[in-house]
Design a protein around this ligand. Structure first.
Ligand code: PHE
Length: 515
């Protein structure tokens, strides 16, 4: 009862009313004359302060108190003094075993100290007194500390602390004064304005509880993005910053036509095998692709058509192009977009340069391991303009990857059916201390662009990279199955922080990579 909140409130308010100030709450006593629980008091003070009824400041104090053993020594004397007292005066002395019977454990501790103090000696089988009288300084020191809560000699305090006879204590008490809203009664404060208060007009007289802006907020339980989506957002922003337009990628199922044929990938290419690609069963086929374009693509594959190429010299079959599949790369979307751009150019009579990007899921019939999954995300960029060169591609890649915080970029020639020249992109991994492959790039072939209907002087540079690898590096994930797929622990989505790529935005972007 003594320290309950209401009683403490009344005690503080009535004392202040009477005396104007409480110089030190250590002197406050409850009605029953008990000391206050200062922690309970602090709660009451905070609540009164938030209502501006009082103000307070803390008084910190240190003091010393006796431990349980210290109390015993203060009362009965130190072990050494008790050993001395146990020995009769005179030559005769007493055997240690006898002392042990009287004092127990204290006998052993006390004996050594008493000898050291020159109070007693060991005379063969017995202990005898060597001093006529003694002063039990330890007991006196402890009594002083008990009375005054400190000692004039700090060394004594530290020695007694080492002997675990005294303990240092810290207490906080409070100085309390009246606040601007001081009153003996506590007005109930409203926390929110309610419909009832508005209707009754009660809001006019109500006093409202102040907002506590220091209170810790509740951490939100929903709305977390998957790490891949966080990194995707960062990449999207880089593309938007550079003036790119996002391609619509909401079509996981594609025809072989857009995924392969429109990209000048021959129908007997190994990637078009069921071992590498997931083909759909139901429906398995489509014929929904532009007929006129189909005819042009057919002749280009067979003999080059009017592209100046010899083509692949085989008989192109519509039924192969009509096979539905889960897209194996987002370049399927890019080929479709380039066709739309060519159609628009024809309609408007002018070619307008374009920059497209996409970041979305692709599917490959691969065996799954720590770094491979059957589905993953690709980041793809496409730039179409007149007279672009390989130099533009290299220069652009340099700026793009620097924006992502990758400074050292290298290129290695490679082969893609739809680009010539083609280059794999490598970045120097400072952690692994080696060059790692980060993407693939190239200039789309005329055999791909001319049938789509783009003007002959239009060049298209394009590149693709995975989203998983940068995400795994960013979040230090070593197994891709911890990031994507059915084994993922959903909790990790809450745990990973927001993604910030180490982007570079200024002059340092200019300059060309190591070749
Ligand atoms: N489509 C390629 C891949 O899946 C990437 C790429 C895109 C390469 C564009 C060149 C040009 O790896």
């Amino acid at each position: 009862m003594a320290n309950n909140t209401e009683e403490l409130q009344t005690l503080v308010l009535t004392t202040l009313d009477r005396e104007n100030v409480i110089a030190d709450s250590k002197d406050l006593k409850t009605v029953n004359g008990e000391d206050l629980n200062q922690l309970a008091l602090l709660g009451v003070l905070n609540s009164l302060k938030s209502k501006e009824m009082i103000d307070y400041s803390a008084i910190n104090r240190e003091f010393w108190s006796l431990s349980g053993e210290g109390e015993q020594v203060a009362e009965q004397g130190s072990h050494e003094a008790r050993v001395y007292e146990a020995i009769p005066a005179g030559e005769e002395g007493i055997a240690m075993d006898e002392i042990k019977k009287i004092l127990g454990k204290a006998a052993n501790i006390g004996q050594g100290k008493a000898i050291k103090n020159g109070w007693i000696k060991n005379n063969g089988a017995k202990l005898v007194r060597t001093a006529d009288s003694i002063v039990d300084q330890t007991k006196n020191d402890l009594l002083e500390i008990k009375k005054t809560t400190t000692h004039s000699n700090t060394k004594t305090l530290n020695d007694l602390k080492k002997r675990k006879l005294v303990e240092k204590q810290k207490v906080t008490t409070y100085k309390v004064s009246k606040g601007p809203q001081f009153a003996l009664e506590i007005k109930k404060e409203a926390t929110d304005i309610t419909a009832e208060m508005l209707q009754s007009g009660e809001w006019k007289n109500a006093s409202f509880k102040k907002y506590n802006f220091d209170a810790a907020g509740i951490s939100p339980d929903g709305g977390h993005l998957h790490p891949l989506m966080k990194v995707r957002q960062e990449f999207r922003e880089i593309f938007f910053e550079m003036g790119f337009e996002e391609m619509p990628t909401n079509c996981f199922a594609e025809s072989s036509f857009w995924n392969f044929d429109a990209l000048f990938q021959p129908q007997q290419h190994p990637a078009r095998d069921a071992h590498d690609t997931f083909f759909l069963k139901d429906p398995a086929n489509t014929d929904r692709f532009p007929r006129e374009l189909m005819e042009k693509i057919k002749v280009t594959h067979e003999n080059g058509g009017d592209t100046g190429s010899t083509g692949y010299n085989y008989v192109w079959k519509e039924e192969d192009a009509g096979k539905l599949l889960l897209r194996t790369h987002t370049t399927a979307v890019s080929s479709n977009m380039l066709y739309k751009l060519a159609e628009k150019t024809k309609k408007e009579g002018v070619f307008r340069p374009a920059k497209y990007f996409s970041i979305d899921r692709v599917f490959r019939n691969e065996s799954v391991d720590a770094t491979h999954l059957a589905e993953f995300h690709q980041i793809e960029g496409v730039i179409c303009d007149k007279n672009l060169t390989l130099g533009d591609l290299i220069g652009f890649m340099d700026v793009f990857f620097k924006k992502m915080g990758m400074d050292k970029i290298r290129f290695k020639p490679t082969y893609n059916p739809y680009t010539e020249p083609s280059m794999e992109i490598f970045s120097y991994h400072t952690g692994l201390k080696k060059w790692v492959e980060i993407g693939n790039s190239g200039m789309f072939r005329p055999e791909m662009l001319l049938p789509l209907g783009l003007p002959p002087d239009v060049r298209v540079i394009a590149w693709g990279l995975g989203l998983e690898r940068p995400t795994m590096i960013k979040y230090n994930i070593s197994n891709i199955r911890d990031l994507l797929g059915h084994k993922v622990k959903i909790d990790m989505i809450k745990e990973y922080p927001v993604c910030r790529l180490d982007k570079k935005m200024g002059k340092e972007l200019v300059g060309v990579s190591e070749q």
